[in-house]
Design a protein around this ligand. Structure first.
Ligand code: G1P
Length: 289
């Protein structure tokens, strides 16, 4: 079965990034010259996902506008002969199909995924958390799709994290049955490092089957009072139906300022015109302790 749909929940408040996110959605903060969400959608597109279900709220309409034509701007760029930029902005509108659904109450990641039920219907689908940016040889979500296609099972993406970060993530444990591939036995949402010996954290990439919606529907509030996707995934482990794949590549958590800024520098350094002046300026700053 070809998986074409991806759910990207974008209704969160972005409190970690205030005051920048007081009126600008956190997904629209730029990393170098593109908003955070565009990197996520580019990863989806590179993995062959064509239908993006954005789970939004009333303050997030500019996200869907970003993936639409801006005819007034295109007109200006045409008249002023800025044809390269015209192509750049038009390409963004033509990347993927956008479907939006409203998450009317922010009740957690599990609830956000449940809001996408009618848009997803009966097909397997991907979920990508909009804060988690991944770059590497092969798109992060593609690494999960490969496993889902061969094993016909839901898959979560994991990476190893240090002990002091365990309490920020959903943590899985299980047996490694092939290099970097795990049969998941247990999941805990944001445990203390002392509560688990596992350091395998879920990093915002999932491939799920529609049965997840039934599990989500029957859940009460979990960790932090929210409807947790992790709790619905735990139900899948009871019938041995959940795999994890260790994602190869670099990851940035765009909601963490140090990582957000590092991601900006990473991309700016990849731009030939910017690299030299940027390195010069950074050298001037580096003596600061
Ligand atoms: C969510 C999930 C968590 C996962 C994390 C990855 O948490 O609940 O299991 O590890 O995304 O980014 P959040 O960061 O939304 O609190």
């Amino acid at each position: 079965m070809d998986i074409k749909k991806v759910v990207i929940p974008v209704a969160g408040w972005g409190t970690r990034s205030l005051p920048a996110t007081k009126n600008v959605p956190k997904e629209m903060l730029p990393i170098y010259n593109k908003p955070v969400v565009q990197y996520v959608v580019e990863e989806a597109q590179a993995a062959g996902l064509t239908d993006v279900v954005l789970v939004t709220n009333r303050n997030k309409t500019i996200i869907e506008d970003h993936f639409d034509y801006n005819l007034a701007l295109e007109d200006v760029l045409t008249r002023t002969g800025k044809l390269d930029m015209l192509k750049t902005v038009r390409d963004v509108a033509e990347m993927v199909n956008i479907i939006t659904v409203r998450q009317k109450k922010q009740l957690g990641l599990g609830h956000a995924v449940l809001c996408a039920r009618e848009a997803v219907k009966n097909d397997p689908f991907a979920v990508m958390v909009g804060d988690d940016l991944m770059f590497g040889m092969e798109p992060g979500i593609k690494q999960l799709l490969n496993v889902a296609h061969s094993e016909h099972m839901p898959v979560v993406g994991v990476m190893e994290v240090p002990a002091d970060k365990v309490s920020s993530y959903g943590i899985i444990s299980g047996e490694e049955f092939a290099p970097g591939l795990y049969r998941v036995r247990d999941l805990m949402e944001k445990p203390k490092a002392s509560e688990t010996s596992s350091r395998l954290a879920m990093v915002g990439r999932y491939v799920l089957y529609p049965d997840i919606f039934d599990h989500l529907e029957n859940l009460g509030p979990g960790q932090g009072g929210e409807i947790q996707l992790t709790d619905a995934l735990k139900a899948l482990t009871k019938s041995n139906r959940l795999l994890a794949v260790k994602i190869r590549g670099q990851r940035y958590d765009a909601g963490d300022w140090a990582e957000y800024l590092a991601a900006n520098i990473y991309f700016a350094l990849h731009d030939e015109d910017l690299r030299y002046p940027l390195v010069q300026r950074l050298k001037e700053l580096l003596p600061i302790n």
